[in-house]
Write a protein that binds this ligand. Structure first.
Ligand SMILES: [Zn+2]
Length: 313
């Protein structure tokens, strides 16, 4: 067996996906219980403000600016006690903070836009989108893990938001990232794409599913592909990953080698699932398919899996 580490590409495939542009220096080893307080006392602090799955954006010069200073955030009823320290950018500390003001009551100059639209429409740069993914995941986790899961007492935020500590039983709880396997089953000639029931019209994508406790990534890829499509897989290889803040997942993209040809789609999960030859996939990627079929948009890890396969010799 040879280690292929040194054959790996210089630019990792994960660097091409949406939310991968986060350049914040997390300084995870320096997080202290007063980290948020210290960061807020720094005049250069910048905040991302979030409310119910939406990011607040200032309209500026025909574009959008997601960064708020501490003072200009005040009228938006920010809850600084519940802010999390994302880390440090070149210009200073960066926090994600829940804002209380109802999006309907925002001034004309500020819009509240859902994370998915912010990302899909490219409203902010890649570094800010990466920071949004980090902040959105952390705030969502705190919102849904307010009480200690051991004794039910309300727990308190610690370590800049990277821990909750229970004041009654001293249990420590840490933010989760839920792994999801997303896989493109492919031979040299064709690949397997499915259509979920909630997909946009004409869209086909790679199959995906949560990795379960006690499962390797490869085992999850094989199980999901068999369950959803009736296809058994031989070799499975990892390709790229993507932070996915809906609410706090990590998408793990793989390729799988099919051992059988006859698809048996799980029609509870999928509306359709079939083989696509390379020419058809290329036309879907280019948005030139005669029947209007499309892949997910650029930035989605599924797009990157499909693109990497379609461009491979
Ligand atoms: Zn407790």
């Amino acid at each position: 067996m040879s280690i292929r580490l040194f054959d790996a590409p210089l630019r990792e495939p994960s660097q091409f996906v949406g939310f991968a542009g986060n350049v914040i220096d997390r300084q995870s080893e320096n997080r202290a219980d007063d980290s948020v307080e210290m960061a807020l006392a720094d005049p250069s602090v910048r905040l991302l403000l979030m409310h119910g799955g939406r990011l607040y954006l200032k309209l500026r010069d025909g574009g959008f600016d997601p960064w708020f200073g501490a003072e200009e955030s005040q009228p938006l009823q920010v809850s600084l006690d519940h802010g999390v320290l994302l880390g440090f950018s070149d210009s200073g500390p960066v926090l994600a903070v829940p804002a209380g003001l109802d999006p309907e009551q925002l001034p004309e100059s500020i819009k509240a836009i859902d994370y998915r639209s912010v990302y899909m429409q490219g409203l902010i740069d890649e570094a800010a989108a990466g920071a949004m993914a980090q902040g959105a995941a952390l705030l969502a986790w705190h919102a849904s893990h307010r009480f200690c899961s051991k004794c039910g007492t309300e727990a308190e935020m610690r370590a800049g938001g990277y821990k909750r500590l229970c004041p009654a039983c001293a249990a420590e709880h840490f933010p989760r990232t839920d792994p999801v396997a997303i896989m493109l089953t492919a031979t040299r000639e064709k690949c397997l794409l499915g259509r979920g029931r909630h997909f946009a019209p004409g869209m086909y994508s790679a199959l995906a599913g949560f990795i379960e406790p006690g499962e390797t990534i490869e085992a999850a890829v094989r199980r999901e592909t068999l369950e959803e499509a009736g296809i058994r897989l031989g070799r499975v290889v990892y390709h790229a990953s993507q932070p996915w803040p809906f609410p706090y997942s990590l998408m793990i993209g793989c390729f799988g080698e099919p051992l059988n040809d006859d698809i048996q789609a799980d029609l509870n999960e999928l509306e359709d699932c079939r083989w696509f030859f390379r020419d058809e996939v290329l036309s879907m990627l280019a948005r030139e398919h005669p029947g209007g079929l499309v892949t997910p948009p650029k930035g989605a890890i599924a797009y990157n899996l499909i693109r990497a396969w379609a461009d491979s010799a």
